[in-house]
Design a protein around this ligand. Structure first.
Ligand SMILES: *Cc1c(COP(=O)(O)O)cnc(C)c1O
Length: 480
C-alpha cells in the first residue's frame, strides 16, 4: 500500500468505523458463536501472494464481526465501561504514524514531555495533592501504565525494594531472602484479583482484610490482622486500598487505613481503576479524601474518561522510589541529557522497555471535551445508574445489594442464588443485553454497569422492562 492508496483506504476506514459506531445499537450485543468458530473460516496459513484491502474489509464483516462482543453497544452493561471516543481514535492513528518508542527522553522528547504534562493536567483535574505532580521541581509525578494491574505490580515491587533496602541498611547482615520471607502485603477481601497476582509475581505473602457491612476495609479489621502478623514476626510493608471495587463499587475507608499505613511505614497504594474518573467532579471528589496519605495512586482513564484502551494513570509521591527500584543503564540506552535531573526516562517507571505515545490520546480528549464535557459525561452515567436503581426498587420482587454511588447497580431477585443464576442465564442467552454477575459474601448478584457512550435513558428503561419480562417468565416456569 502506497501513500496514495493509504489516503483512499484511510478515508474508507474512517467511514467504516463511523458507520460501525453509529449503527452499533442495531447489532446483537453478544455474539452467537461457539469456541473455535473462527479457524475454519480463514486459511490455515498466511497468503503467499498479497490479498487486497477490499478482501480484508469484506472479511471483517463476514468473519470478525460475528464473533465480536460489542462493548460500545448501548445494551452492554457488563464488567465496567471501556472508553471510546472519536478524538482518542484519531489520536491513536497519529500515535501509530509517529510510531516512536519513548523509553527515554532522547528516544522522542515530545513523547516523554507531553506525558509528564498530561499527567499533571489530569492530576489537577482530580485535585490531587501537589506532591503527586511533577511540576517544574516536584519530587512526584505521573506515568501512563498499560493497565491498573501493572500499576499495582510496579507499586508492590517498588515498596518491596524500599523495605528491603531500609532493613538491610539497619542490619547489614540481613539477606534479601530472609527479609522477603517475612514480608506481607494487604488488601481488602473486595480487592481486584490483580492485587493477588501482584503478590504472587512479587513473591510476597498477601493477606486479605475482611471488609465491613458496606464492603469497605476499616481500621479495626486491619489493626487486628496487623497485630497478629507482627506478633508472628512478619513484616507488613504494602497495602492496596480500593476506591470503587469491581464487584460492587465500594470504597475502602482511606481516612482510617491511611494513617495506619503511615504509622507502620507501609507503602499505601490506591487502586481506583474505575471510580477514579469520577473524581474530576467536585461532588465526587470527597471519595478521594485521604489520597494525601498514599505513596501511589492509580486509575484508568481507559475505563471511564473517554481515552481508549490503553491508558492507566499512575502517580507517585516520590518518583525516586520507582526509579530507584529498577534502574539499569546499559550503554545503548544512555543519552547525554540523562543526568541533568530535568528529564524523565520513563523506562525506569514501568516493566517493559518500549512504550507508545499514549499521551496524545489524553491531549486530544481533554482538549476536545474540556473538563466540563468530561464531567457531564460522568454525571450522565451516574444519573442513568440511579434511574435504573429507582426502577429496581419499584419492583418488590427485587432488592438492591450495595449502595449505588457511581455508575454500577448491584441487584438480585429476592430468593435463592439458583433463582438468580437462572435469571442471568435467561438474560444472557436472550442476548438483547449483556450483564455479568458477582458474589457479595455468599450471595449471587447481578451487576448492571452503565458502560456505553451511546446509552440513553430509553435503553436503560427498555433493558429493565426486558429483565422484568424474563423474570415473570422464569417465575411462571418455576410454578408450572
Ligand atoms: C478493572 C479493574 C482493575 C483491572 O484493570 P486493568 O487496567 O485491566 O488491569 C483493577 N482494579 C479494579 C478495582 C478494577 O475495577
Amino acid at each position: 500500500m502506497n501513500s496514495g492508496e493509504f489516503r483512499r483506504r484511510g478515508k474508507e476506514m474512517v467511514d467504516f468505523v463511523a458507520d460501525y459506531l453509529e449503527g452499533i445499537e442495531g447489532r446483537q450485543v453478544y455474539p452467537d458463536v461457539e469456541p473455535g468458530y473462527l479457524r475454519p473460516l480463514i486459511p490455515t496459513s498466511a497468503p503467499e501472494e498479497p490479498d487486497t484491502f477490499e478482501d480484508i474489509l469484506n472479511d471483517v464483516e463476514k468473519i470478525i464481526m460475528p464473533g465480536v462482543t460489542h462493548w460500545h453497544s448501548p445494551y452492554f452493561f457488563a464488567y465496567f465501561p471501556t472508553a471510546n471516543s472519536y478524538p482518542a481514535l484519531l489520536a491513536d492513528i497519529l500515535c501509530g504514524a509517529i510510531g516512536c518508542i519513548g523509553f527515554s527522553w532522547a528516544a522522542s522528547p515530545a513523547c516523554t514531555e507531553l506525558e509528564t504534562v498530561m499527567m499533571d493536567w489530569l492530576g489537577k483535574m482530580l485535585k490531587l495533592p501537589e506532591a503527586f505532580l511533577a511540576g517544574q521541581v516536584g519530587e512526584g509525578g505521573g506515568v501512563i501504565q498499560g493497565s491498573a494491574s501493572e500499576a499495582t505490580l510496579m507499586a508492590l515491587l517498588a515498596a518491596r525494594t524500599k523495605v528491603v533496602r531500609r532493613l538491610q541498611a539497619a542490619s547489614p547482615g540481613l539477606t534479601q531472602g530472609a527479609i522477603m520471607e517475612k514480608l506481607v502485603a494487604y488488601s481488602s477481601d473486595q480487592a481486584h484479583s490483580s492485587v493477588e497476582r501482584a503478590g504472587l509475581i512479587g513473591g510476597v505473602k498477601l493477606k486479605v482484610i475482611p471488609s465491613d457491612g458496606k464492603f469497605a476495609m476499616r481500621a479495626s479489621a486491619l489493626q487486628e490482622v496487623l497485630e497478629r502478623d507482627k506478633a508472628e514476626g512478619l513484616i507488613p510493608f504494602f497495602l492496596v486500598a480500593t476506591l470503587g471495587t469491581t464487584s460492587c463499587c465500594s470504597f475502602d475507608n482511606l481516612l482510617e487505613v491511611g494513617p495506619i499505613c503511615n504509622e507502620e511505614n507501609m507503602w499505601l497504594h490506591i487502586d481506583a481503576a474505575y471510580a477514579g474518573s469520577s473524581f474530576i467532579c467536585p461532588e465526587f471528589r470527597h471519595l478521594l479524601n485521604g489520597v494525601e496519605l498514599a505513596d501511589s495512586f492509580n486509575f484508568n482513564p481507559h475505563k471511564w474518561l473517554l481515552v481508549n484502551f490503553d491508558c492507566s494513570a499512575m502517580w507517585v509521591k516520590k518518583r525516586t522510589d520507582l526509579i530507584g527500584a529498577f534502574k539499569l543503564d546499559p550503554l545503548y540506552l544512555k543519552h547525554s541529557h540523562q543526568d541533568s535531573g530535568l528529564i524523565t526516562d520513563y523506562r525506569h517507571w514501568q516493566l517493559p522497555l518500549g512504550r507508545r505515545f499514549r499521551s496524545l490520546k489524553m491531549w486530544f480528549v481533554f482538549r476536545m471535551y474540556g473538563v466540563k464535557g468530561l464531567q457531564a459525561y460522568i454525571r450522565k452515567h451516574v444519573r442513568l445508574a440511579h434511574e435504573f436503581e429507582c426502577l429496581v426498587r419499584q419492583d418488590p420482587r427485587f432488592e438492591i445489594c450495595a449502595e449505588v454511588t457511581l455508575g454500577l447497580v448491584c441487584f438480585r431477585l429476592k430468593g435463592s442464588n439458583k433463582l438468580n443464576e437462572d435469571l442471568l442465564e435467561r438474560i444472557n442467552s436472550a442476548k438483547k443485553i449483556h450483564l455479568v454477575p458477582c458474589h457479595l459474601r455468599d450471595k449471587f448478584v447481578l451487576r448492571f454497569a452503565i458502560c456505553s457512550r451511546f446509552v440513553e435513558l430509553t435503553h436503560v428503561q427498555q433493558s429493565w422492562e426486558h429483565i422484568r419480562q424474563l423474570t415473570t417468565d422464569l417465575l411462571r416456569a418455576q410454578r408450572d
